[in-house]
Write a protein that binds this ligand. Structure first.
Ligand code: UDX
Length: 437
């Protein structure tokens, strides 16, 4: 099939590349000329494991192309995906200006029956709005379908290629048929395509993300309670998660969830609810808990250094909001770095992928180090903000020799308490006993 993808952010680029990989001809459209030039020249613009290889291959074989020209990009396309940003507006609702602008532009450009697909996470009712806007200029028939993405950054290619499910919202038999055909290669293993109406599909995306965020915030509260009552959250997590009704995943406590989806989607769902006079009480609690959780370890750090961080150096390991991505949007690390700097500490950081993005945002207020050990050299403590695999089994002997004192504040519960005790570290984590070193 011939496909166009409008928007070449994380979702658009993964979507376009993966559809090309299954034999479709894909043209990606973006208004950012510099980005498009890079992509045309074979330079990938995001870090996503496995994507570069697919991108290069499909580009070389002519199944993947890039343009800034919408008219040219959608020429002959049977399906047009809208993978555009929906940033939160001032009141927390998703801002649809990019999507609706493209919908306006698309109408007059359509030459034949086309399926227009909302891929972006959009509030309930957006498909109707897009339909209205396209209809104003269109002279041919078209369908608007909702097809939310459930891609986790860092494993987006795998999630795209082997989805747990594909959700398609459409009441049109014609649109359904086209989408079913397109997704066949991805559901061969038997995972379902779930068809529903547009509004239900739009809400499914928010419900899934809000539920996962709730799971995390719930477990973070259990962890906090563990600290107060002397229980161990690792044991509680295992005890709870092995109940198949609950499930093991997304029960890991830490310094909160971040990223481009959970914070934004929970907020947007709360706003959509209040717009229809529904008071979604749980969501407010989820957001409150997460806001506090992000900097949960800072009082511990201050307490440890007798409320005086002036002259102290903290090595922050991890900047990205989670491992295997360079994405630092809403990353808990940034909130902690701000507070450490505010308290007068010197901050040295290391992250395998996120440093360039942090440099652009934070600049020279902090020191950037090539390795976790370089960050630890001469530091008074290590602060772990992201669970990159390389932080899981450091050379503790080397680390101990580099640090001024053996102190770790671990926002991701990476180490066994028994190991920390044996090594003589002062070790603070989330929902577990404090090891005094
Ligand atoms: C999420 C959804 O998983 C995906 O389906 C959706 O389409 C986009 O949003 P993503 O934001 O890439 O994906 O990351 P995810 O792996 O879901 O993690 C989100 C946040 O939750 C991260 O900050 C992570 O550190 C945190 N998290 C996750 C926890 O704190 N504990 C957990 O047990 C799991």
């Amino acid at each position: 099939m011939k496909i166009a993808v409008v928007g070449t952010g994380y979702v658009g680029l993964v979507t376009g590349t993966c559809f090309a990989e299954t034999g479709n001809t894909v043209t990606c459209v973006d208004i950012d000329q510099e980005k498009v030039k890079k992509l045309q020249n074979g330079k990938i613009t995001i870090y996503e494991p496995g994507l570069e290889q697919l991108f290069e291959r499909n580009l070389k074989q002519g199944r993947l192309a890039f343009t800034t020209n919408l008219k040219e990009g959608i020429e002959g396309a049977q399906i047009i995906f809208l993978a555009l940003p929906t940033p939160p507006g001032e009141d927390g609702s998703a801002d649809l200006k990019y999507i609706l602008k493209v919908a306006d532009d698309l109408g007059p450009l359509l030459k034949d029956f086309t399926v227009i697909v909302d891929k972006s996470t959009v509030p309930v009712g957006t498909a109707d709005k897009v339909r209205e806007r396209v209809a104003k200029g269109a002279k041919v028939e078209f369908d608007v379908v909702s097809n939310p993405e459930f891609l986790r950054e860092g494993v987006a290619v795998e999630d795209f290629m082997k989805p747990d499910r594909v959700v398609i919202g459409t009441n049109s038999a014609r649109g359904r048929k086209v989408m079913e055909q397109l997704y066949q290669p991805f559901v061969r293993q038997g995972n379902p395509i779930i068809f529903m109406d547009e509004r239900s599909a739009e809400l499914t995306k928010y419900a899934a993300n809000a539920f996962l965020a709730t799971k995390i915030s719930f477990m973070n509260e259990i962890a906090n309670l563990c600290e107060s009552v002397g229980a161990d959250v690792d044991s509680v997590r295992k005890g709870v998660g092995t109940d198949s009704r609950i499930g093991k995943r997304f029960l890991f406590p830490g310094i909160g969830y971040g990223g481009s989806c959970f914070p934004k989607d929970v907020q947007a769902l709360a706003k959509s609810s209040s717009d229809v006079q529904y008071d979604f009480k749980i969501l407010k609690a989820v957001m409150d808990v997460n806001a506090d959780q992000k900097t949960r370890l800072i009082p511990r750090v201050k307490e440890y250094f007798n409320n005086n961080l002036k002259g102290k150096t903290i090595a922050v390991w991890g900047l990205s909001f989670k491992p295997h991505t360079d994405d630092i949007r809403e990353a808990p690390a940034l909130y902690n770095i701000d507070l450490l700097l505010e308290a007068g500490a010197t901050v040295k950081v290391h992250d395998p992928e996120g440093m360039e993005n942090v440099k652009k945002l934070v600049g020279s207020k902090i020191q950037y180090c090539e390795t976790p050990y370089e960050a630890a050299e001469g530091a008074d403590a290590v602060f772990i903000a992201t669970e990159w695999p390389e932080f899981r089994t450091p050379d503790f002997e080397k680390l101990s020799s580099l640090l001024k004192a053996k102190v770790i504040f671990d926002g991701r519960n990476l180490y066994d308490l028994s190991v920390m005790k044996e090594l003589g570290y002062a070790y603070y984590s989330i929902g577990r006993e404090v090891v005094h070193g």
